[in-house]
Design a protein around this ligand. Structure first.
Ligand SMILES: C[S@@+](CC[C@H](N)C(=O)[O-])C[C@H]1O[C@@H](n2cnc3c(N)ncnc32)[C@H](O)[C@@H]1O
Length: 306
């Protein structure tokens, strides 16, 4: 395995490496939670490397490359614990269709099927509301144009939500596993009721969630950073970290990008391991992780999480 660079401290270990090779070499049952966004199939190519999982011809090829990682994530996860992935369905256009049609690709379903085939139990799906107006302004998709709604509405679709999909590594003997616990004094029943919501952002209770709460917003001002990263929303990642891991446990992101999942892990008093292939993103991640480590765990965790 070729590790191009690494940065190791007390609270985190970051590697510029191909995650498939790296995860295959990790010890079994060593990770308490993994949380990440995989490349969304061939939507973006992040680097020239043929190991870049976005560098694939189609959705089937993506799942073929992704499957060994999903298998190893199952192996390295502590029995009874979870992996949470941030995904969405994708669109296709007439130039990519033999029928000349346009429609949706069930990328979320493909990822669920790959996980289940590799031993994971499909545990939970959270819908993340996204603003259709912002999406229309960004993509100019004819699925969202008011003109089409007026003149030929069967062409129109609707806004595309994102999802957090959670899978669990079911253990033969659950009684022997170490549970994730929450003190009632810190997490009263109302906080659990908030966390148990099936969708984020669809009620007023959730409008604290800021669509732009990502590290990318800051990085976008850096001329070296590339554009097409789909960063994990920090607040939503935080909800996964708090619900599915205990303080001081070890969290993993196989596709750490610029370090969002790592920053949230450190802010919440967890340890973090991350891998990233693109050297620019890796450098940004290390910078963000060092800053988060120096800042230490945040004192207002609970108010941020709900
Ligand atoms: C959706 S982005 C992750 C963004 C990240 N969650 C963040 O908030 O910054 C997917 C990442 O996977 C990385 N990647 C693709 N193939 C990889 C591989 N084989 N090994 C490691 N990283 C890879 C890409 O460079 C990209 O940064």
């Amino acid at each position: 395995m070729k590790v191009f660079d690494s940065a190791i401290s007390e609270q985190f270990a970051a590697y510029n490496v191909d995650t498939v090779e790296f995860t295959a070499a990790m010890p079994a049952n060593s990770i308490d939670l993994s949380v990440y966004s995989p490349p969304f199939s061939s939507l973006y190519i992040y680097s020239e490397s043929e190991r870049d999982m976005g560098n694939v011809a189609n959705d089937d090829e993506f799942q073929e490359c992704y499957r060994p990682l999903v298998r190893d994530l199952f192996r390295v996860t502590r029995p009874g614990r979870c992996t949470a992935i941030h995904v969405k369905d994708l669109v296709y256009y007439s130039n990519a269709s033999s029928k000349g049609d346009r429609g949706l690709r069930d990328f979320t379903g493909d990822c669920i099927r790959t996980h289940v085939a590799e031993g994971w139990t499909y545990h939970r799906r959270i819908t993340i509301w996204r603003c259709p107006v912002r999406e229309m302004q960004k993509t100019k998709s004819d699925r969202l144009l008011y003109k089409n709604f007026r003149q030929d509405a069967a062409r129109t679709g609707g806004g595309m939500p994102e999802y957090l999909v959670v899978f669990r590594k079911w253990a033969d003997e659950m009684a022997d596993t170490s549970p994730v616990v929450h003190e009632a004094a810190q997490y009263p029943v109302e906080s659990w009721q908030h966390m148990a919501q099936p969708s984020y952002l669809i009620t007023d209770l959730w409008n604290d969630t800021d669509e732009t709460d990502t590290l990318n917003v800051r990085v976008a001002r850096d001329p070296d950073a590339e554009k097409h990263l789909c960063p994990m929303p920090l607040d939503l990642t935080e909800r996964m970290v708090i619900q599915y891991s205990n303080p001081a446990e070890t969290l993993y992101s196989p596709f750490m990008g610029i370090g969002s999942e790592g920053v949230v892990s450190l802010r919440n008093g967890r340890k973090f391991i991350g891998t990233e292939l693109n050297p620019t993103y890796y450098g940004q991640a290390v910078k963000h992780l060092r800053e988060a480590e120096v800042a230490g765990p945040a004192s207002d965790l609970f108010s941020r999480a709900i």
